[in-house]
Write a protein that binds this ligand. Structure first.
Ligand code: B12
Length: 221
């Protein structure tokens, strides 16, 4: 079991989406992220275990290599393609937590920022835990969040940013939303943000990952 999870995380890290992917050449004709995910699900491994035990660590490793100059943009792109191939198969399991919705969550990645893997994972885990998710996508301006709040007045907000430049825009989103509705719960996440930053901009909390957010929501509802 651990071996399959390990193989899957290597496929994510090296960008092997499925057995037909020509990259990387040394893994030609071998099972890729899609086949391994299917096999793990068939073996009864939970979608959450696959997410936490293979997808996130694989993506983290390629990210670390990129930070050290050992991987480049094309490596990131094929890794995210492999990640999506696997996430597409897991999504229906997370969606099935739909009955008895606990509330509505509006999610988006801030203006200027195109990173969506983390945000999509947060959305999947929230759905899996019974929340309805409205995903505004990436590159989302404050006005679009505000529009969503006007249409869904009792929603919760989740904002993601992966760049030190774009995280600053969270401040503007929080101000705009809080001045429209001061008690709207706004949570933030993404590698460069922190508890301190969340406090500074007047958000209601920072969480390093979806599970911590869900735990908080469970204990406060
Ligand atoms: C994949 C990736 C890309 C892909 C994105 C593909 C996609 N569809 O998302 C591509 C190649 C497009 C890309 C582009 C760029 N990237 Co990039 N990218 C990454 C990388 C390697 C991984 C990000 C990722 O997906 N991680 C995996 C997910 C699962 O983790 P996560 O996003 O952190 O999300 C988790 C938590 O943060 C949290 N979370 C996230 N959002 C939220 C929201 C809420 C509400 C909550 C509660 C939690 C939460 O939960 C998630 C699950 O645990 C990071 C490096 C890294 N180690 O993070 C660089 C990184 C973020 N990128 C970086 C850069 C510089 C860029 C570019 C500017 C590169 C360039 N020169 O063009 C562009 C920017 C494009 C843009 N305008 O957005 C830098 C940012 C540096 C900085 N200080 O700002 C990083 C840190 C790499 C580096 N060390 O240099 N990138």
């Amino acid at each position: 079991m651990n071996e399959l999870l390990n193989q899957l995380s290597i496929c994510i890290e090296r960008g092997k989406a499925d057995s037909k992917s020509p990259y990387p050449p040394d893994l030609k004709d071998q099972p890729g992220a899609a086949e391994l995910t299917r096999q793990l699900l068939n073996d009864g491994v939970s979608p959450n275990e696959i997410l936490q035990g293979a997808l996130i660590p694989g993506m983290r490793r390629v990210g670390d290599k990129f930070s050290k100059g050992q991987a480049f943009i094309p490596d990131l792109l094929i890794a995210s393609k492999a990640m999506k191939a696997s996430m597409n198969l897991l999504k229906p399991y997370f969606d099935s937590g739909a009955e008895g919705r606990k509330g509505r969550f509006v999610l988006g990645t801030v203006k200027g920022d195109l990173h969506d893997i983390g945000k999509n994972l947060v959305g999947m885990v929230l759905e899996g835990n019974g929340w309805e998710v409205i995903d505004l996508g990436v590159d989302v301006p404050a006005e679009k969040f505000l529009e969503a709040v006007k249409q869904n007045p009792s929603c919760y907000i989740g904002i993601s940013a992966l760049l030190t430049t774009t995280m600053l825009y969270m401040d503007e989103i929080v101000k705009k939303l809080k001045s429209y509705k001061s008690d709207i719960p706004i949570f933030i996440g993404g590698a460069p943000v922190s508890h301190e930053f969340s406090k500074r901009i007047g958000a209601d909390g920072y969480f390093p990952g979806p599970q911590q957010l869900v735990n908080f929501l469970e204990s406060n509802n």
